[in-house]
Design a protein around this ligand. Structure first.
Ligand code: NAP
Length: 638
């Protein structure tokens, strides 16, 4: 078989370019991104159920809180922990899940792990003195760490699990948020923190006939260990006599396929787009790493990684893995002075071809079956898709009990017996959907999954219908005392290690709350002027910087990656980052937040103070009241 990715292809960008175009064209099919809306789908409602923790009966909770935090994943736990550190007492985390962890609660598929280095990814390691066991942490370790953090900051016992918030509404008269839940709770909280997650809405593609399938089926975010046997560590013993199928070869698919291949009698991998899987280099934590863990080490390491992702010079690349060798240098390739768009695009293309050639070479080195080599070859731009790393994926696919079924246009249909591709039916005992999540940039109101009403009953979904509108990506006019944890597409910045912006956001929110409390503030809100300025800054940045050029790259359409333009509903110029397109400028952003806090004047916030005169008059224009009744304390509109 001729391998068109050999030295000939490397020296002939035109051939490679044409092949890439061909692969894109193959995949431009109607309905490619159509999904069943699992927030409402009744046929597949069992897919939403929690297979891990039984729902416990409890009485409704009616109470007053200092802070309600919606979400008990990493963002909720870290926000709660930072708020504890500044002395907030009555805090409750609320989550639909049966425990702490968010995405790490729900995603327990065999092999689940984080491909961002553990020393950067597990938050607040120094606070609990924990050292991750491996360079890349497995899901259970991350979930346990988050639970330990919650326990350490006394957030666990008060958390309300298996509880969905139905409405969050600002009560103007009493100046607090009122949350009603599907467990009959009524929580009244001075502050509300939205920490609803960025990968909390998993996706099932809408494939004709899928409801007819008579075997077992589930999504990777709700793994059925009753059926497969084993645990997140693998050992799927109950599959030994089963023919399994998996749809999806993204980050989740790549991690669980080796375990399915090992456990099942036969495995069919339905591959729409071949994964480009780089070296992971997993290893136990070494003494050498532990020796670097002197006070302040974690933030330094996280910021060093982010600097590399932003193409900034660093003395030492501390993480020094595939993200740093390929992804960062590519997506943040510096643009030399005077370089035209064409020259810059040519540089990007050259490096991209090189990186993808390394990935293709790795396939040729590991996979022995020539037909599989051909099927697994990824022909697309590295910059277009989320990078993947795994040490066992390719070898697993090479096993004789594994068949790779190419389906560039998707699955034809699903029948009672199995999956049909290209007119051929593959009979299966079970189907695993590794079909991912709604993009991280999904608008907050949808991710929050409930009605959020601010002053005058204004709906956040309506206010943000044309894109987010915030100050710092964390506060929004008309929604007093509300904080929103930073997320991609939400006017803060994006960090490849999402933990970093989560910790930064939580620290900023906690410090702001501490300042407001010290000042005796009853409620605050962002002024319209400050918000308009911030939105303007973001919109102007959306077309600035070298990263904007990335948006013009020819890409295979993706159902997930936000910046490729296939999900335009959530991608407006307002969904940008501070400091330029794409990731934005983390360092400028954090400096700005720090100087805002240091100034101590709450610039851009209208403050209404807690004092008898302001309490005495209800139902008036609170903003005016603040200005009149508390002139000394009103930071006013700046
Ligand atoms: P994903 O990256 O969106 O991948 C979904 C897979 O399903 C893709 O291979 C997709 O094919 C395929 N697919 C979707 N609809 C299909 C259809 N109708 N027919 C056939 N194939 C279909 O999802 P994921 O793997 O769950 O990862 C989602 C995100 O979770 C990641 O990007 C990452 O942010 C996070 N994650 C992180 C880690 C980690 O180690 N840090 C691990 C797991 C997940 P196409 O490629 O052709 O669209």
């Amino acid at each position: 078989m001729t391998d068109s990715t050999g030295s000939h292809a490397r020296s002939d960008p035109a051939t490679l370019r044409a092949r890439y175009e061909e692969e894109i064209a193959k995949r431009l099919v109607e309905g490619r991104a159509t999904i069943r809306d699992l927030t409402t789908d009744e046929v597949f409602s069992k897919y939403r159920e929690d297979p891990f923790t039984p729902v416990a009966r409890r009485n409704p909770v009616i109470e007053e809180l200092d802070v309600a935090v919606i979400g008990a994943g990493m963002a909720g736990v870290v926000a709660g922990a930072q708020l504890r550190k500044v002395g907030m007492q009555r805090i409750r985390l609320i989550d639909k899940a049966g425990g702490i962890g968010g995405t790490w609660y729900w995603n327990r598929y065999p092999g689940v792990m984080c491909d961002v280095e553990s020393y950067c990814y597990l938050p607040m390691l120094e606070d609990v003195g924990y050292v991750p066991k491996h360079r890349y942490a497995y899901g259970e370790e991350i979930r346990q760490h988050l639970e330990n953090l919650a326990r350490r900051f006394d957030l666990l016992d008060a958390a309300l699990f298996h509880t969905g918030v139905l409405t969050s509404a600002w009560d103007e008269e009493r100046a607090h948020w009122v949350l009603r839940t599907d467990r009959g709770d009524e929580l009244r909280a001075k502050y509300l923190v939205m920490a609803v997650g960025i990968l909390n809405l998993f996706k099932l593609p809408a494939i004709p006939g899928m409801e007819d399938f008579q075997g077992a089926s589930f999504h990777t975010a709700r793994w059925d260990f009753e059926y497969t046997g084993g645990s997140p560590a693998g050992n799927l013993t109950k599959l030994a006599d089963k023919v399994a199928g998996i749809i999806g070869t993204g980050a989740s698919g790549v991690q669980c396929i080796p375990h399915l291949a090992e456990g099942a009698k036969e495995l069919y991998v339905f591959q729409r787009t071949p994964a480009a899987v780089g070296v992971r280099g997993q290893c136990p934590t070494t003494d050498e790493i532990v020796a670097t863990m002197t006070p302040g080490w974690q933030r330094k390491r996280m910021e060093n990684f982010q600097a590399v992702m932003l193409g900034r010079p660093v003395d030492v690349d501390m993480v020094d893995d595939g993200w740093c060798h390929h992804y960062g240098p590519l997506i943040s390739m510096p643009r030399r002075d005077g370089m035209s768009d064409e020259e810059y695009l040519a540089e990007l293309e050259r490096f991209d071809f090189e990186v993808m050639e390394l990935h293709r070479r790795r396939i040729r080195e590991i996979v022995r079956d020539p037909a599989k080599v051909e099927a697994l070859m990824p022909y697309y731009r590295y910059a277009c898709r989320r990078p993947l790393f795994h040490d066992d994926y390719l070898a697993a696919l090479d096993r004789p009990n594994v068949t790779v079924v190419e389906c560039p246009t998707g699955i034809d249909r699903i029948t009672a017996a199995g999956v049909v591709v290209g007119g051929k039916e593959y009979a299966l005992d079970c189907i695993v959907y590794a079909t991912g999540f709604e993009a991280e940039a999904t608008a907050l109101p949808r991710r929050a999954g409930h009605d959020i009403r601010g002053r005058g009953g204004q709906s956040l979904a309506e206010k943000w219908a044309e894109g987010p509108s915030t100050l710092f990506g964390m506060m929004t006019n008309g929604f007093p005392n509300l904080f929103i944890m930073p997320a991609p597409g939400q006017q803060a910045v994006v960090t490849v290690n999402h933990t970093l912006i989560t910790v930064v956001g939580a620290e900023h929110i906690a410090a702001t709350v501490a300042g407001l409390e010290e000042r005796g503030v009853r409620w605050f809100e962002v002024t319209e002027e400050a918000e308009a300025d911030w939105v303007q800054t973001i919109v102007e940045g959306a077309t600035a910087g070298a990263r904007a050029v990335m948006a013009t790259l020819p890409c295979i359409p993706s159902t997930r990656v936000a910046y490729d333009g296939t999900e335009p509903a959530m991608l407006t110029a307002r969904s940008g980052s501070y400091g330029g397109a794409g990731l934005g400028d983390y360092f400028a952003f954090t400096e700005l937040l720090a100087s805002w806090r240091d100034a101590g004047d709450f610039a851009g916030l209208r403050l209404v103070l807690e004092q008898p005169s302001s309490r005495a008059v209800h139902g008036t224009d609170a903003a005016a009241l603040g200005a009149r009744a508390t002139p000394a304390g009103d930071a006013g509109a700046r």
